[in-house]
Design a protein around this ligand. Sequence first.
Ligand code: NDP
Length: 397
Amino acid sequence: MSNVLIIGAGGVGRVVAHKCAMNAATFGDITLASRTKSKCDAIALEIKQKWGVSIKTAAIDADDKTALIKLIAAEKAKIVLNIALPYQDLTIMDACAAAKVDYLDTANYESPELAKFEYKEQWARFDLFKNAGATALLGSGFDPGVTNAFSAYALKHYFDEIYYLDILDCNAGDHGYPFATNFNPEINLREVSAKGRYWENGKWIETDPLSVKIVWDYPEVGEKDSYLLYHEELESLVKNIKGLKRARFFMTFGQSYLTHMRCLENVGMLGIKPVDHKGAQIVPIEFLKTLLPDPATLGARTKGKTNIGCVFEGVKNGKKRKVYIYNVCDHEACYREVFSQAVSYTTGVPAMIGAKLILEGKWKKAGVWNMENFDPDPFMDELNKQGLPYNVIEIND
Ligand code: NDP
């Protein structure tokens, strides 16, 4: 049996804890640890009542490497699932390498002081993990995560070469609030308000924030305005999927979300530098997070569906081909299963699957890896079994 330590008890952490408990044959003792232990205790109670599985809880400051190493040893964890924030990635990775245990996260490292994410510092830890004989799996959520696995799967089964990739992320859910974010508001708003970027003909092209829009007809959802954003999986995919001529990422936003975001930006509420307020130093975006609804509480009131997928164009046996692989997820069905909305669900389920495959030895390889570095087939099988079934359609333009 392999003990698992989950760090972070927000919207996604809740789903990961539930899903690990639902796969008790793979996971040994499950410990859920976070900065605020009461959140872990509430989730543990929920899991005991729903699945009859007892999980342990602990308080941890994941910015403290020494405390992490102690907790990993105390819990005899074989793997740590980092479901806290991207700010903690490097400390948790370093603690795992020191303790010689496996590591997994769902979001690329980002410094609180700089709204920019890249894999450089995480990839630089390759030798550290290699020498420790431990696996670090980066970005095992939906996007990044499932979108990377879809890409590896498309290349393995549908194409000899992929030339064009569009990742299309639609959340058509309605939570009834004038403005709220579906995952951590600080991380979400930093991502959406940043400049867009896509890969074309061997270089990155930068665009003004939300200045490129397409309308895409999402199966089971309908036509939605979709805006070009820079998204972290593009960095690893252009490196690992050889021959890509263009790779882009689009996400849907409603007009109300965009109007609120622009207004907040215009008045300085998305600022990440401290400002003086009556003698106290406050970071505007951190204060905004305090005011906004907690994404972990949206589940009970969100209706509608998400549809996230990838459209690939390339060649197979000398013939042009276009294939769309996507998943549709229903907010209310997710809530019925694990008390969470679909954005947390679509992130938490792949995190559990990634951990399962590492522990089963199917994705066990010393070093630091992205999802597309592994055989996609066992992952795709698990998606179908664990609540995120996928569809594949050929598009004939
Ligand atoms: P939340 O803000 O809801 O939860 C974050 C959790 O981490 C909270 O429990 C928080 O504790 C805890 N935490 C924060 N800092 C520390 C720390 N220093 N030590 C210990 N615990 C800490 O976020 P979400 O659940 O919405 O998102 C979790 C992660 O998932 C994020 O990294 C996000 O970027 C990623 N994500 C990835 C997606 C994908 O598809 N790949 C999609 C959506 C999200 P406290 O409650 O005390 O603040």
